[in-house]
Design a protein around this ligand. Structure first.
Ligand code: G
Ligand code: G
Ligand code: MN
Ligand code: NA
Length: 253
């Protein structure tokens, strides 16, 4: 209850902010995008993890305004990097199932893009398999988003269950291999098999595949060898503030 009360005021008190984790082309190290990850720093609670407050926000009906703020801030940040001389190719923003329920997500997103002055092609929305499979009119909503030109990625792919037939119908561009399969990729035969299967699936369906949670060169080499070209993880960078993105990548661009 205390958490709820504090969370309710967190946006207006400017306690909520975003960190950004680079997504890179494994082969060249080039920046291909960033994922926006929300943070909450409260004077009383300290830094609260999203795994702790996102579910609370969902339960108390606060995810809509919070999600709206995250989307808007992510888009504003892209334009701000542009102005500072760093063109980040795209930004990925996580959507929770509650934002996906009942209509007008596409209207909300296009409003945010218009206000920020960001082209729709530079925004990618991340949803999990369960969001896609369980939200009532998910197919309609996803098609609406596709129609305004934003990209869609399936997050934590392989941990939920999605029908491959359904996946084929969806206007999705990217599969994100969950980091649980990457962790022991070169020592655990099952994880290896799953990762390779997802990469193959991506090839067959003409989707781009990005691996999450890449922490060492061995994992990166494995992925590259099996045809996964993009990765995100501590090997490249932790999630960092906007200025850190600027100083590191403007130099390397
Ligand atoms: O760094 P990390 O602890 O940030 O993120 C933990 C989890 O919180 C991730 O699985 C991520 O999907 C989720 N998350 C991070 N930011 C957001 C956000 O803005 N919205 C939603 N719905 N989930 C987020
Ligand atoms: O959206 P999602 O579940 O994928 O959020 C990414 C989460 O994974 C965040 O909590 C982020 O801090 C975390 N993360 C990102 N890179 C790594 C990594 O290389 N290793 C581990 N263990 N966690 C990571
Ligand atoms: Mn994600
Ligand atoms: Na994930």
């Amino acid at each position: 209850l205390r958490l709820e009360a504090l969370l309710r005021r967190a946006v207006e008190k400017q306690e909520i902010f975003l960190h950004y984790q680079p997504q890179v082309e494994i082969d060249t190290g080039r920046l291909v995008g960033v994922e926006a990850l929300v943070r909450w720093q409260n004077p009383e609670l300290g830094l609260v993890a999203p795994s702790r407050f996102i579910p609370v926000a969902e339960d108390m009906g606060f995810i809509k305004p919070l999600g709206q703020w995250v989307l808007a801030e992510a888009c504003r940040q892209m334009v701000s990097w542009d102005k500072a001389g760093l063109a980040v190719p795209k930004i990925a923003v996580n959507l929770s199932v509650r934002q996906f329920e009942r209509g007008s997500i596409a209207e909300q997103v296009s409003g945010v893009l218009r206000e920020a002055g960001l082209g729709p092609g530079r925004l990618q929305l991340e949803v999990t398999e369960s969001v896609i499979m369980h939200a009532g009119d998910a197919l309609q909503l996803v098609n609406d988003l596709d129609a305004i030109g934003v990209g869609l990625a399936i997050d934590d792919f392989g941990t939920g269950y999605s029908s491959l037939a359904y996946l084929k119908q969806l206007p999705v561009q990217t599969l994100k291999i969950d980091r649980s399969f990457i962790k022991d990729i070169s020592t655990d035969a099952n994880d290896e098999a799953i990762a390779v299967a997802i990469i193959q699936l991506g090839k067959s369906l003409n989707l781009s595949v990005i691996a999450e949670g890449v922490e060492n060169e061995e994992q990166a080499a494995f992925l590259l060898r099996h045809g996964c070209r993009h990765a995100q993880g501590y090997l490249y960078s932790r999630p960092v503030g906007p200025d850190d993105i600027l100083t590191r990548w403007r130099r390397e661009a």
